[in-house]
Structure formats: C-alpha cells, structure tokens
Design a protein around this ligand. Structure first.
Ligand code: GUN
Length: 291
C-alpha cells in the first residue's frame, strides 16, 4: 500500500485563506500588512524564491516591496537599508534573502533587523525567544512543518523525531519546535556515524540535509512519518527532495512530496508571520492611544 501523502499545497492554501481573512480585517482598520524583501545580487534560485514570495503576498492583498541591490553592495549600505525599513510604518516584515555575497556578514545583517519585524525568525533574539517558548516569530520552514503534521493529524507528543541536518534555518529550530510539543528529539547530520541506526528508530524523520534522494528504504522504519525539506535536482535535472520518494513510498505511513510538500508551507508561514506582525503593531498602537 502507498504511503499517505501530506499535501502541502492544499494545506498551505487552506491556511492562506485564513490569513487572507485576517488581511481584510486589518485593512478595514486602515492597516495593510507590508513585507519588504531585500535581494542582493543575481542568484537565480534566490530570484525565483523572492518572486514567489512577492506574488503570494499580493495574492492575499498584502503589500510587498522588493529592494534589489547589486552583487557588490557593501555591508554598510545594506545595513542602512535595513535600518530605514526598521523605522517605516508601512513595513511589518523584513526579509533579507539568503545567501548573501561573501563581502557581507550575514550574522550582522540578521542582527540588524528589528526583532518586531523579523518575520523569518532568524535573529538571535527571535531564536532565543523560540528556545524559551516566548512570543516571537517562528522560522517559516520548521513552523510550516509543524502545521503540516498538525493538519495531517499526527500528534508528535512522545514520538521519536530524528532530524537529519542541523542548519540554522531548518534543522536546529525544527528540533526545538518538536521538543516544545513533547517529541523526543535526536539531531543527526553529515558527520553522524551510522546514520541508519538513528533514522531506523524514528517515528518521524525530518530530512533536511540538502542531498538529493539521500534517505532511502534502509533509513525508514515501517510506519514512520517522513517529512522532506529538501529541494534538489536529480540526475535528469528534475526537482527532487532529500528523500528517495519511490523507495520510501509504502514503507512510511505518511510522506511529503517534492514539489508540493514543505515548499508551499514556507511561504505560507511567511505570510502568516507578516500578518501577525501587523496585528501586533495595531494592538500596540491602540494600547498607546488609550493610555
Ligand atoms: N534562503 C533560503 N531559504 C530562506 C528563507 O527561508 N529565508 C531567507 N531570508 N532566505 C532564505
């Protein structure tokens, strides 16, 4: 029997409809949620991601502004742009598309984004708050994975989740979000010895290692849930994930496809975070007015 497909495109669309309702409610109160996206240089993948983010914003009635900077942009001029966006009333979320050209210190850039507008959830303050379970913005991809699991009716409490990959953007925060929902979490990565011995014990595998079709039937316990965060090209230049879908299909109880799994959820959660930022700002402004 085939594994059940967790359809991120459909779940993402459902959530976007709910977010669009919140956009309308904000607009009725005179606020249009605004996202600024900064793109430095000409990385073709980044250009595609950014175009998709903008399109998705506009589709639900949000405002989005693209700031395109040349490849040789200096760190100081990028920081200037961010400081300006930090002060703008019409911008509720700021996203600097990564990776950045090598003359720019990514950490310094991320730390300059105001935590109130850090809708990527990448800044040290956002990450610290997430670790402590405090109100913040959750990083979009792991947040999207949690939503997928929730919508698929998978309760993670007490389950053993094995994360494959330890990036700041996906692996590390993913483990934290699962831990907060009472999963038992194991982190594995490219230097892990005998990876199969870990993944084979997993009730939930999160594949986020960035290698095409890396997770195969030998890694997966029958009945495990397999979440594929990868976006790669296979030998025929076809889009594929970190999981060998055909090999794992029928062994896993549930699996996310690529494309159409985690990918659409990342943008969905970016929209959600930006709307949340606009809602929080409006509440704060109202509270100040009533003082
Ligand atoms: N590059 C790849 N994924 C992301 C993301 O989620 N946010 C940003 N800012 N850059 C990325």
């Amino acid at each position: 029997m085939s594994s059940a497909i967790i359809n991120g495109k459909e779940i993402g669309q459902e959530i976007r409809k709910e977010v669009a309702v919140r956009v309308d409610a904000l607009k009725q109160q005179g606020v249009t949620p605004g996202l600024a996206v900064i793109l430095v240089g000409d990385n073709p993948a980044s250009k595609t991601y950014v175009a998709n983010k903008q399109k998705s914003c506009e589709a639900i009635g949000m405002f989005s502004e693209l700031i395109k900077l040349p490849e040789d942009t200096t760190q100081e001029s990028l920081l200037e742009q961010i400081r300006d966006l930090n002060t703008r009333e019409d911008i509720h979320g700021i996203l600097v598309q990564l990776p950045l050209p090598k003359q720019i210190d990514e950490d310094a850039v991320i730390a300059t984004i105001s935590p109130e507008k850090d809708v990527d959830g990448f800044s040290p303050i956002s990450v610290g708050k997430m670790m402590l379970g405090q109100e913040t913005y959750l990083p979009c991809t792991p947040f999207g994975v949690m939503k997928l699991l929730e919508h698929a009716g998978i309760d993670v409490a007490g389950k053993h989740a094995v994360i494959v990959g330890r990036s700041h953007i996906v692996g590390k925060p993913m483990g934290q979000l699962l831990l907060q929902k009472d999963a038992t979490v194991t982190y594995t990565h490219s230097k892990t010895k005998d990876l199969v011995s870990f993944t084979k014990q997993a009730d939930i595998i999160i594949a986020a290692i960035g290698k095409a079709k890396f997770i195969t039937e030998e890694h997966v316990k029958p009945g495990a849930v397999v979440i594929d965060v990868g976006i790669n090209r296979d030998e025929n230049n076809k889009l594929c994930g970190d999981v060998d879908f055909a090999a794992v299909d029928g062994i896993a109880s549930h699996i996310t496809p690529v494309p159409g799994g985690v990918g659409p959820m990342t943008i969905t959660m970016l929209l959600e975070n930006t709307v949340l930022s606009a809602e929080r700002k409006l509440e704060q402004d109202k509270a100040v007015k009533n003082l």
